[in-house]
Design a protein around this ligand. Sequence first.
Ligand code: ATP
Ligand code: MG
Length: 232
Amino acid sequence: MLSVSNLHAFYGKSHVLHGVNLFVGHSEIVSLLGRNGVGRSTTVKAIMGLVTARGTVTFQGRDDVLGLKPHEIAHRGLGYVPEDRAIFPDITVQENLLLGMKSKEAARRWTIDDMYAQFPRLRERADAPAGVLSGGEQQMLTLARTLLGDPDLIMIDEPTEGLAPLIVDQVARLLREIQRRGISILLVEQKLAIALDISDRVYVMGHGAVVFEGTAAALRGNAKVRKEWLAV
Ligand SMILES: Nc1ncnc2c1ncn2[C@@H]1O[C@H](COP(=O)(O)OP(=O)(O)OP(=O)(O)O)[C@@H](O)[C@H]1O
Ligand SMILES: [Mg+2]
């Protein structure tokens, strides 16, 4: 479904990714793990056309993703939820959600009511300006808005960062529900327990490249990799 081959990325002269290879299959949850600064966010940004990159990114059989503009990539069905919340603070929660919706004619997996059912807090705040929401609520709003664009694969960068444990569980449940509806997920996650719990497969990055790939169970059983590349 999504395949990334020999991906290099650059911030000016700084060469940050050194040939990342990864694959996300249909309806899979795949996590991208690694210590701070190893290039996890850069990987998803490069796939999304937000960072200068070379290599090959293939999505749904088309290998010309690199070089497209971010909105063109989104239009092909690749959703992206950045680390920093991407909401419009001055308009209401409901208006933010409406803006996320793909054209009315398109077959949609999700409705605004689905989003309110997943996140009752957003329904309560529907008429409030999005800017007054807490950080966690803004995170949910960003995720909800991206889902309303009806992506076939969604890349989510640290959705649980800074959230209360109860909300973290809600996000984990939603990720499973997303998968159940046939959407693939590439998840950047810092919390190893959650990543192992919900992922089919995981990639561990170190120094701008993948240093381990395998099932969640394989990583759980591999203390050496966890110690060398994940422990703080
Ligand atoms: N806009 C930027 N300009 C220059 N260097 C950057 C920029 N963004 C990130 N970097 C550098 O690129 C490297 C990879 O950063 P990246 O954001 O991909 O890390 P990460 O794995 O997502 O970790 P974390 O989210 O914990 O910071 C880091 O060394 C970082 O300092
Ligand atoms: Mg990051």
